[in-house]
Write a protein that binds this ligand. Sequence first.
Ligand code: G16
Length: 534
Amino acid sequence: MNHPKLINQILEYGTAGFRTKANLLDHVLYRVGILAVLRSKFKKATIGVMITASHNPVEDNGVKLVDPHGEMLAPDWEVIATDLANVSDDRLSSLIDSIVHKWEIDITSPSNVIFARDTRPSGSSLSASLLDGIKSLNSSFTDFEILTTPQLHYLVHSINTNGLYGTPTPEGYIKKLSAAFNQLHSNIKHETTPFEKPRIFVDGANGVGALQVKKMSKEIESYITIEVFNDATSGKLNHMCGADYVKIQQKAPEGVPIIPYERCASFDGDADRVIYYYFDSDKRFHMLDGDKIAALIAGCISDFCVQAGLSVDLGVVQTAYANGASTKYLTDTKMLKVACVCTGVKHLHSKAQEFEVGVYFEANGHGTVLYKASVKQKLNQVIQNGSSDDSCRVAAENLLNFIDLTNETVGDSISDMLLVETALKIKAIDVLMWDAMYVDLPNRQLKTQVCDRSIFVLTNAEQQVVKPESIQPKIDELVSKYKDGRSFVRPSGTEDVVRIYAEADTQMNADWLAYEVSLVVYELGGGCGKKPTP
Ligand code: G16
């Protein structure tokens, strides 16, 4: 038996695929190889597989499938993935037969799987296991080796649109984004430009994003200077650095110089999230998270549309982790539609598809913008009808380039960073003015370990606990004690923890509320390991 299943632990296809200690994943990768081929035959399209554990520590690894348009695997196939990963070796072959039968898959039809991995040391052997699975069903394949997650999503979509979305190579990705960026920046002319050529410090989390952004920076160096730190040459992946560290710890990563008002961006381990930050003249840290990025980008797109004389249905999609102040700003000040969905890109992505322009961002920096074909048609119409000096036409051209700069398949640190840099330049604002759009409510995120996080059942976009029943009344009671209090808990789909989020009028109150709620989770949710302390 190839790649036997040597563990009894049940592994679930979670928020972003399978994710656990790398040494538990060999049989999972083999079976995901088989699953990807079946999915490819079923969809009659190329399917992607990304081997990554993103923001998790370097010892972890994971794997997720990418569907034909670069989107996350469809939920009904997530169930199949979980079944396949957990079935015993002796029942594997009959389970495959039953999937083929149930989904009426023509096993003789052609299939193609492309795959890549992040920089984790376990990646290459897991990649070999995946390949064995793919080969067991005689599928064609391409191993793209080390790429960012969003690059793989881009490649899947590009291949399945026969190059319409972009040239289906890693170089094609760099070329598409850099051409759009350079075009936009050569078009933007302000009478008084506050900064001619901006500079940004990038914290590459010691991961693959650092390698790829260096390639990108060479192509766009006429318009921006990108200096990369934590560039994977010596430091440990995600250790004291990266987007998740900055967001959760609310502090700067190690390894990046502290220069007041210098714009800094932190990527995560597979470069699908970005968080901005800067220091003021008192060396006080300020963070601009996914919510602030969404506010900036949505505002920029909305301005483009007004200037181009277009009315479009623009909406912003968030999760419960969005800071209350950001939701208020978007709805009350910007008068935009805002939707709240469960955590996980798949939920945000599908909700965003309901708008003509759907801006989605998780507070943790994961997000992008989706545009309906009708918007692109309207913009082309404006260009055709306008004269060359027509401001409507210029705005339409700019928005079309802004769309080309966007990786519409998934959140992308590099693309999102370049969108932010473009939006700042177009609006002629600096990081301080961007930060001043609204003031975040003080907040705190904690993690608590429980023996079995699957006992948690949630409702209302994961903001309320249905089971264990005793937890929600306690949370409500605690929240009512704090001015502007808000708190919720949910089991993570990528780590073996329950996450706790709290907001309140002061940082001390947010910290206390988070602590008190974490204690409730520990005591009523079957806590194990270290008991929370204040
Ligand atoms: C993944 C998902 C994100 C999610 C994050 C944390 O990100 O793609 O949508 O916000 O996990 O999820 P959870 O709270 O369930 O652990 P990444 O960057 O780790 O792949």
